[in-house]
Design a protein around this ligand. Sequence first.
Ligand SMILES: Nc1ncnc2c1ncn2[C@@H]1O[C@H](COP(=O)(O)OP(=O)(O)OP(=O)(O)O)[C@@H](O)[C@H]1O
Ligand SMILES: [Mg+2]
Length: 335
Amino acid sequence: MTRSLLRFPLFYKILVANAVLVALVTVASVATASVAAARENTSIAMLLGAAVIISIIVNALILRLALIPLKRLEETAARVQEGDLSARVPESDLADRDIERLATMFNMMLDSAEAYRSRLRDVAVRALTAQEEERRRIAQELHDGIAQTLAALRVRLRVARAAEGETRQDALESISTDIGAATEEIRRIAQGLRPPALDMLGLSPAIESYARSVAEANGLRIDTDIVATDGMLSPDAELALYRIVQEALSNVARHSGARSARVDLDVANGTVQTVISDTGRGFAVAAEMARGGLGLFGMQERGAYLGGTVEIESTPGGGTRVRVTIPTVETARHV
Ligand SMILES: Nc1ncnc2c1ncn2[C@@H]1O[C@H](COP(=O)(O)OP(=O)(O)OP(=O)(O)O)[C@@H](O)[C@H]1O
Ligand SMILES: [Mg+2]
């Protein structure tokens, strides 16, 4: 009973409370008036009855007016729930300071939700474009490379079959060498699709080897201190961490201007912690994130997807540090 009374809309609660108050005052007045002037009882009662009704109506109108801002808030929330993310609570001269603050916060939340959504859309479009590009490249490599080589080998095999003696032997030898080259070519294409080092060597050596290749390719010095993590992360988490390190190191090489960088990977408190740091020019993280850098955003999304975090600290002129924390399989199981 109390519960269902409490669930009444705020408007009716206030209205009923006011009505009860008015009624009590009226009853008290009637009682006083009837004692004072017994003969005029009837007309006083009628007058007071009319006063009660008028005051309830005035009360209702004022309340309706006062609660308009809340109503607008509710309507906006309903529109958002129906999928209209562009809906915002309109400004209202009737709003008190609390409601105004509530509306402003609500609008700010909607702004950031919309910005987040549009970035996700950018990432999705970019991922799809990259995927198409990758397919086109692979198709071309298969067509121009492997398919041509195999076609040529077939012709040479036919020629070799018709030949005899040493000529035949030499032709077969050369064909065998070219088959070896074609196999190598296929391996190279496969390597472009998924980092083979990850499967062949495991996460830690794969990261070390990648850091070495970035260092060599860019004339950088990259020191590593990386512990073994065998079995601590799921294959998905390993791949994601590898990609995060790739992005962070590619940023170091492309943007930092640093001569040296570090990759440290350690296991602590049920998490795998990886820090990629450089001594380069640094940058304003919040400004770059707001500008919509998809590399940084992608790193953070990957980290969050794994139940971990990616913290990016950077000061202009003071270098950059990307700290990736990912729970181990064991920790993730207990959460
Ligand atoms: N280690 C770094 N040192 C200096 N500036 C950096 C570093 N990492 C990122 N930045 C700055 O932050 C910006 C955003 O980085 P982000 O990785 O999101 O995008 P990007 O590298 O420009 O493009 P991509 O989408 O190809 O990664 C960079 O353009 C660069 O100005
Ligand atoms: Mg980048």
